[in-house]
Design a protein around this ligand. Structure first.
Ligand code: G5P
Ligand code: MG
Length: 225
């Protein structure tokens, strides 16, 4: 009888624009993990009551209340219990991290440490495909046709919270509310920090780390960027 591989519970942390979405999509291309982005989840819910509430916070560069975010994220995770997963953007406050801990044991936390000046530049050049969450950057990974999603050809949009004045507020919220989460996971011994200014240089380190740390997940055959 074969041994069932243990499910992996992973989190990716980092300031707004540090590359969480970009690195997560590379991880899910190479490892069998479901990706759950709290920001995508909120944006997907924009037409529902919870999303309308969230939008007022998001557009001001503020975090949405812990109870709302925690309920939404834990509800979504219940649909993924039989999978290994990677959480992107949740938790990002201490109460969220504690609530997550009460529900699941977190195996590893990847922290992307990118200088704020680099981030500010990146976010003004970001375009997204709202339906899929696919992310582009005019300089770094431009779409094949300007303004159009590579897979569907649908129009790309800029996020309202990527305006420079809102980005500054988001970075401040990160410093005040998310930095303590890093310390929390550091104390638990599950935090691994990757520092740099370019995703293409950070990614091979994340890849190598995941390979050694998570032998229990089924790696996909090819190593794609
Ligand atoms: P989100 O959606 O979680 P943020 O602010 O955490 O938003 P964001 O902006 O999605 O994070 P990211 O995912 O870390 O950034 O970065 P990314 O999209 O991969 O990369 C950013 C850009 O840089 C892209 O254009 C990419 O192509 C480009 N890029 C990547 N690497 C490079 C590189 O090497 N070079 C260059 N030149 N470019 C590169 O949350 C949004 C809001 O939702 C609420 C909050 O209001 C939040 O502000 N929210 C929550 N509120 C409370 N609690 C939570 N847990 C919440 N989660 C979300
Ligand atoms: Mg993101």
């Amino acid at each position: 009888m074969g041994v069932t591989p243990r499910l992996l519970r992973a989190v990716i942390l980092g300031a707004p624009g540090s590359g969480k979405g970009t690195v997560s999509s590379r991880i899910t291309k190479n490892f069998e993990l479901k990706h759950l982005s709290s920001g995508d989840l909120l944006r997907d819910n924009m037409l529902r009551e919870i999303g309308v509430l969230a939008k007022t916070f998001i557009d001001q560069g503020k975090l949405i209340p812990d109870d709302v975010m925690t309920r939404l994220a834990l509800h979504e995770l219940k649909t993924l219990t039989q999978y290994s997963w990677l959480l992107d953007g949740f938790p990002r406050t201490l109460p969220q991290a504690e609530a997550l801990d009460r529900a699941y044991r977190i195996d590893l936390v990847i922290n992307l440490n990118v200088p704020f000046e680099v981030i500010k530049q990146r976010l003004t050049a970001r375009w997204i495909h709202p339906a899929s969450g696919r992310v582009y950057n005019i300089e770094f990974n431009p779409p094949k046709t300007m303004g159009r999603d590579d897979m569907t050809g649908e129009p790309l949009v800029q996020r309202e919270d990527d305006r420079p004045e809102t980005v500054i507020k988001r970075l401040k919220a990160y410093e005040d509310q998310t930095q303590p989460v890093l310390e929390y996971y550091q104390k638990k011994g599950v935090l691994e920090t990757f520092s740099g200014t370019e995703t293409n240089k950070i990614w091979p380190c994340v890849y190598a780390f995941l390979q050694t740390k998570v032998p229990q997940i089924n790696q996909k055959a090819s190593v794609t960027p």
